[in-house]
Design a binder for this molecule. Structure first.
Ligand SMILES: [Zn+2]
Length: 389
């Protein structure tokens, strides 16, 4: 009898195994059936143009199967592309709220949620989403860029500085980040100057100089501050740093340097330091022509300017040459005709832009350190050529 019991044991084990497998299959079939039901219900709602019901139905699927997460992220993106941002936010937010979702998918959903919020104009919420992504190895660059975009829009330069400094500490620093941080210091400094907090502004400008070797903006601002404080020698030193950093900005400092030389009443340093640069832009050779006119004669200045214009023609150069000729012919008929021509050119020059973006071609009469069109820092420079320098 006992032998019979032992003989039946494998049969009982086999029966148990088959029953267990069947019950697992049954559970899976039940789950799959439920999933399909929600899926087809959702699809049906979508097709019958009832997207809110579709969202509700499809969201229920997440409880059932983690494999559907990619589909849900894509569905949220689909709503965003259609401009239905509230639905996109619901889908992506629902994914993030789930405890069962794995960290990688959570980060992906967070990134998409950030984009939804950005497009919807909820910058504070987008900031919250992107701040969480700064720890992500995969998305930190995207998060950093979006956070900079937010702070640039809201002009929260303190936060922008904090983020850039943090990124430089924990991630490797790069030229683009250094240039950006330098501009953030300058922006914050401009606010402090407007608030009469000059010392704090100056210390930020010094930081801006240190962080970016090619930055001209902090030197220009330091020069302007020194001129305001009537420290003309100091201002001259600051302003001469500008062409050393970027020769294309020389034209921007000529009039301020002339102003300082006039106040110090010493043109020798100005002349000697610019000796190699007189021909590099219209503002420089016009300044030299004015110096020749005051030291020698208007005829000598006209001759110098005419020579410069042969190799480096500019409208502003021709305009000044006309004014020199008018001076030489003061009182006669030629002066009157030249006067008409002079005012026509002046009028044209007044309508021309002075600065252009080297990246997207945006042009304007004012310097924009952050291009309003392509949103890049330091890409707008004085226009070179017949119309400019
Ligand atoms: Zn641009």
């Amino acid at each position: 009898m006992l032998e019979l019991v032992f003989l039946l044991l494998p049969v009982a084990a086999g029966y148990g195994y088959v029953m267990g497998r069947n019950s697992l299959r049954q559970a899976q079939r039940k789950q799959s059936k439920l999933l399909s039901r929600h899926y087809f219900k959702g699809l049906n709602f979508l097709l019958s143009d009832q997207p809110d019901k579709a969202v509700d139905s499809l969201i229920k699927m997440i409880n059932l199967d983690n494999d559907t997460i990619e589909t849900h992220i894509a569905m949220g993106n689909f709503f965003r592309h259609r401009g239905e941002l509230d639905r996109a936010i619901r889908v992506h937010q629902n994914l993030i709220d789930r405890d069962e979702i794995d960290p990688e998918h959570k980060e992906q959903a967070l990134k998409e949620l950030g984009r939804d919020y950005m497009l919807a104009g909820f910058l504070e919420r987008a900031e919250g989403a992107y701040l969480q992504l700064l720890e992500s190895d995969k998305y930190y660059l995207d998060a950093q860029q979006q956070l900079f975009n937010i702070y640039q829009t809201t002009k929260e330069w303190g936060k922008a500085i904090e983020l850039a400094e943090r990124m430089m500490k924990c991630r490797s620093e790069n030229e683009e980040l250094c240039q950006r941080l330098s501009h953030f210091y300058c922006e914050k400094s401009a606010l402090l100057i407007a608030n009469q907090e000059i010392e704090a502004a100056e210390s930020l400008l010094e930081k801006a100089v240190m962080i970016d070797d090619h930055a001209v903006r902090p030197w220009l601002m330091l020069g302007e501050l020194a001129i305001k404080n009537q420290q003309y020698k100091q201002a001259t030193e600051y302003l001469f740093e500008v062409p050393k950093r970027d020769a294309e900005w020389l034209s921007e400092v000529i009039s301020s340097l002339e102003h300082c030389a006039e106040h110090i009443d010493d043109w020798s340093e100005y002349e000697s330091k610019l000796d190699e640069h007189w021909h590099s832009c219209a503002s420089a050779y016009l300044s030299k022509a004015r110096l020749i006119a005051s030291k020698e004669s208007i005829e000598a200045a006209s001759q110098y300017l005419a020579d410069q214009l042969k190799s480096h023609p500019t409208m502003k150069g021709f305009d000044v040459l006309l004014s020199f000729y008018m001076e030489q012919h003061a009182g006669d008929d030629v002066a009157a005709s030249l006067g008409n021509l002079h005012s026509l050119i002046e009028n044209q020059l007044g309508q021309r832009p002075k600065y252009r973006c080297g990246n997207c071609g945006f042009s304007g009469k004012k310097v924009h350190w952050l291009c309003p069109s392509c949103k890049n820092w330091g890409v707008i420079k004085p226009i070179v050529g017949l119309d400019g320098e």
